[in-house]
Write a protein that binds this ligand. Structure first.
Ligand SMILES: Cc1cc2nc3c(=O)[nH]c(=O)nc-3n(C[C@H](O)[C@H](O)[C@H](O)COP(=O)(O)OP(=O)(O)OC[C@H]3O[C@@H](n4cnc5c(N)ncnc54)[C@H](O)[C@@H]3O)c2cc1C
Length: 423
């Protein structure tokens, strides 16, 4: 890390990373009337775009690059936000005091700044032991990955998806809808094991098997088989070989913290931030998938929340922090995942629950989570109404009548309790 003195030239705020979080912060700065320079430097060659459709409509062919764009070029021009795409910040020179300094980009150019926002996101976790560049093996994080995967799906009748998490299952559902034969290999005993409770896992399993996807649980991957530089099969831990012309590795994402670490910021799995996105260094904020924050139910645990909602809300809060304004009131985090016709929505943080109630009616499922009698979260499948009710209840601090919640003949709306019965 290069040290600079506080007397060096200052411009405005440098945002590293042009995803949802970086865009939210830059926009919010202008909304608050910030007049100095705002520069977003993003390693990808696109203006900020939505990632969620990459595994859904984009892969299916119903959406394209243009429809994914979050804001047109005019939006940035009108707000005097400079966006430098296709450029990576390689080094951060920070002043001894405060968040100002000079950043060096990969083309050698320098950007000086008085405040710094890190929104570097995450990188798809690669499958260990696979030689880089092996044909037919894909991960999915950015537009470039999605274009390559979309094209590969055109001629790949046998697809193996490694990992039964959200992205793996979304890709599996899309590939299946495009006529591929799809197998999902999951090492855990249920789908989405780290992300939701058993009832939703079972619901997903049933849905995907009904759609004709083969799902192998409790199954490890020993390695990939290849011929002429391209994958031909997946070798399982029990010695079986699954023939595969296309393998999608969906085993999670790793927060991009190299830059933050090189600048001496406190990092664990991600950059450690408080509720306003402040890092361990004054004048430097971080937000989105590159961060971890305090768990709402466990003081000693840090939590990474990989969702659009979290990226946007953290971006807004971090803008307040940079301008010395009070942060907005915290809102309940939420997330969605569309897996073909299966629409999953989650609200609140269920991790740390001590009790849950399952409400099932046809293909609709709602799981309510409680901690010490207090409603803390919900997961729903094909039930947007329940999702909205719980989201509103959690935002307002209302509760749900736990004793009657199992009775699906009583609507959830009738069970909302004001004020909440907080324990
Ligand atoms: C395929 C897919 C499907 C998803 N589906 C959903 C969904 O259905 N619902 C949901 O809520 N969330 C979903 N997500 C998650 C959601 O998209 C992310 O949580 C969100 O986009 C994170 O935004 P971010 O700005 O923190 O990071 P990112 O969007 O990852 O942006 C970070 C940017 O920083 C750039 N960068 C990194 N280092 C540097 C550097 N040194 N210099 C310059 N630039 C740098 C990266 O190239 C990247 O462009 C999905 C994600 C993926 C990949």
């Amino acid at each position: 890390m290069t040290q600079h003195t506080a007397s060096e030239q200052r411009t405005g705020i440098l945002v590293v990373g042009g995803g949802e979080a970086g865009l939210a912060l830059a926009t919010q700065l202008r909304t608050f009337g910030y007049r100095e320079a705002v520069t977003i430097v993003g390693a990808e060659t696109y203006l900020p775009y939505q990632r969620p459709p990459l595994s859904k409509g984009f892969l299916k062919g119903t959406e394209d690059e243009e429809s994914l764009q979050l804001r047109a070029a005019e939006f940035f021009a009108e707000r005097d936000i400079e966006v430098r795409t296709g450029r990576r910040v390689g080094e951060l020179g920070l002043c001894m005091n405060g968040g100002g300094g000079v950043a060096t980009l990969d083309d050698g150019s320098l950007v000086s700044y008085s405040g710094l926002a890190l929104a570097t996101g995450a990188t798809a976790r690669p499958l260990p032991g696979v030689p880089p560049g092996l044909g037919g093996v894909h991960t999915l994080r950015g537009m470039g990955d999605a274009i390559a995967l979309r094209d590969a799906l055109d001629g790949s009748p046998e697809v193996v998806v490694i990992g039964g998490g959200f992205i793996g299952l979304e890709v599996a559902a899309t590939a299946r809808s495009r006529g591929a034969s799809v197998t999902v290999v999951e090492t855990m005993s249920r789908l989405l094991q780290r992300l939701c409770a058993p009832p939703l896992s079972e619901h997903c399993l049933e849905f995907h098997r009904d759609a004709g996807i083969e799902v192998l649980l409790d199954t490890s991957v020993a390695g990939l088989q290849a011929s002429d530089g391209a994958v031909t099969g997946v070798e399982l831990g029990d010695g079986r070989i699954l023939p595969a012309s296309l393998v999608v590795v969906g085993i999670g994402a790793v927060p991009d913290i190299a830059l933050a670490q090189s600048a001496g910021l406190h990092c664990q799995r991600g950059v450690v931030v408080d509720a306003a996105g402040r890092t361990s260094r004054p004048g430097v904020v971080a937000m989105g998938d590159c961060t971890v924050q305090q768990h709402p139910h466990r003081e000693d645990t840090l939590l990474g929340i990989e969702s659009v909602h979290n990226a946007v809300e953290q971006g807004k809060a971090a803008a307040c922090a940079l301008l010395g304004l009070d942060p907005p009131d915290p809102v309940t985090p939420w997330f969605w995942s569309d897996q073909g016709d299966l629409k999953i929505q989650m609200v609140g943080i269920s991790d740390g629950y001590d009790d849950h109630v399952v409400r099932r009616a046809g293909d609709r499922l709602t799981v309510l989570y409680f901690r010490q009698g207090r409603l803390i979260a919900a997961e729903v499948a094909n039930n947007p109404r329940d999702f909205m009710l719980v989201r509103r209840a959690l935002d307002k601090g209302h509760g749900i009548d736990r004793a009657r919640a199992k009775d699906v003949t009583v609507s959830l709306k009738e069970l909302i309790q004001e004020p909440s019965g907080r324990g």
